[in-house]
Design a protein around this ligand. Sequence first.
Ligand SMILES: [Zn+2]
Length: 409
Amino acid sequence: MGFLPQCEGIIVDFECQFKVQLKDSRISTILAAFAMLLPQLLTDFFQKVLIGFGEYVMALKKKPFACKCGNDADFIWKTRHGKKTKIHGFYRWLELQQLQVQCKRCGSKMYILRKLLGMEPKKRIAPEIYRKLGLLGSLTTFRVAEKIGCMFGWAVDKMTIWKAVQQTASEIEFKLDANELPHGEADGTGIGIKGIAKRGKELKVFIQYKKGGGVRVAGLDLGNYNGSWNKLFQNSIEIFKGFSQFLLLTDGDSSILDSLKDKVKIIFQRCLWHIPHQAKFSLWQDKVKHKSEDWLHIIAELMEICAIRPLVDCPQTIEMMVESKRKRLDEIISFCKEKQYSHTVSYLENAQPDMFTAVENRLNGKTTSKVERVMRTVNMRANVSKWSPSGALNVTKVRLAYYYNGFDA
Ligand SMILES: [Zn+2]
């Protein structure tokens, strides 16, 4: 329906009279008595306001609703107190009496209560309500949300909040913003899934840098480890094409972007990975013969130095590994100096200071990557439950939309 036309507002007279019996005047007693009144008060207030607006629209020449026959002018009241219907009133579920009118042209009857509320026919929760509940359920656990609500006289159950998260998430779609920077990162993190041991599935996030600093989420997907990364970038393909160039840092499979390779430059985030490949180019510049003894020695050493062993999680072991890698790197640089491979020397000397920072930062709990910060936001909510795949994806969607993309309820 069209909503109500702009009006100056109508005045609703709401008198209420309650008789309550209280045993004493302690604050807890007064609040408990008020909590008893609240459902009735809220229902009466909704009903009174709706009848007030019902009268107002019935007095308009052109109604903000139409009969299926096309008539939008001539109606008569059928009832202002029809059969009850259940609607969510944010604080709790309400039973409201239908407002029904009849078309004077064809005789059809229609309910106007939901039209007045701005709700779709038959729906029980209005979008502005499920978005609020959905945001709540993404910010904390369903159990905590229910508990906090209950303390404030709220009566919203966990299941309603859970459903609201799913519904809110269904309205959210992530993709690149053509007006933000042509620069992004993509990474994955493990999420516990019901029935799957250990880390379960991998949640993949694609973030885009913003002009004013900070990042926004441009893609989100949940799938198997080493599974496809296509869904992460799929929504953004057309927007990628609009940028003259785009810099993407990732260690994931970005093959879906291969067709855009003249525009999208992909750098592997674990910079260690591309060092041996870059060195092949500098060795060529230094005119070292491909697969000669020197060539093989340098590349093999670099491969060893740059090899990442992700399964090592003992800090002291990592420290010792980094120390030994540094020593080997120094030796290979000296070797290149002796042989006067000047391009390779300067390439490796440039790379040297940053080569092990990622590994070392991980040791100190620091992070250089902006996407890792986003992952922490995900994990704070995701790690407190075991999820179904769609439940995990949906709660993360709403949460990230709130923290990074300006979604609010
Ligand atoms: Zn009609």
